[in-house]
Write a protein that binds this ligand. Structure first.
Ligand code: 5GP
Length: 177
């Protein structure tokens, strides 16, 4: 990693801080879903690409039976501003499943509102939202978040899976670009 690469990102949460918080969320989820069984496991629906790293760590902190699937969502064209149009791609059949939607950042709330509506139309047994980061100041569409890692300011965040034009995903920490 070049110095220039790191210098352009002001750290917000260190690798250690993230690890600890992800472990806590995993424990909370495991307690809340203690009733799920191997026949009817918890389904983590992970939004790509931003939540891939969070989900990989989170799933290793969850101790109840679970399975993982992916949904591709993008609202950002190129650059730092949302296009306002959410493109959602998936091949899921979640009828009757207990769903936990795993997201990287809730910003305006539009992406999660649209994904939730699509999933709810398939009549899951339940649906909850888990986000690594929440930007409450940017909210325009109400979203009911059950699990949130950290509250962040209304700034452009990168690292730990979260990109700017496909860069910075590999950073082990989270920061402001
Ligand atoms: P929303 O639909 O809630 O406005 O935006 C959600 C999506 O926009 C997130 O899943 C993420 O992909 C992207 N996003 C929102 N805020 C940021 C940010 O600060 N940095 C990056 N890299 N992406 C963001």
């Amino acid at each position: 990693m070049s110095d220039l690469h790191c210098n352009s990102v002001s750290p917000l949460f260190s690798e250690e801080t993230i690890k600890q918080r992800v472990r806590e969320i995993g424990q909370q989820i495991s307690e809340d879903y203690a009733g799920v069984t191997s026949d009817s496991p918890l389904s983590l629906i992970v939004t790509l690409k931003g939540a891939f790293m969070f989900a990989a760590d989170l799933v290793r902190s969850i101790t109840v039976p679970c399975c993982i699937d992916f949904i591709h969502a993008s609202s950002y064209g190129s650059g730092k501003t949302s296009s306002g149009n959410v493109s959602i791609r998936h091949n899921l059949n979640v009828t009757g499943h207990h769903l936990l939607l795993v997201e990287d950042i809730v910003d305006t709330g539009l992406t999660l509102q649209q994904i939730s509506a699509e999933l709810m139309a398939m009549q899951p047994a339940s649906l909850n939202i888990c986000t690594l980061l929440d930007k409450p100041e940017a909210r325009k569409y109400p979203v009911n978040v059950a699990y949130s890692g950290f509250t962040v300011p209304n700034a452009f965040i990168v690292g730990y899976g979260i990109d700017f034009n496909e860069r910075y995903r590999e950073l082990p920490f989270i920061g402001v670009l």
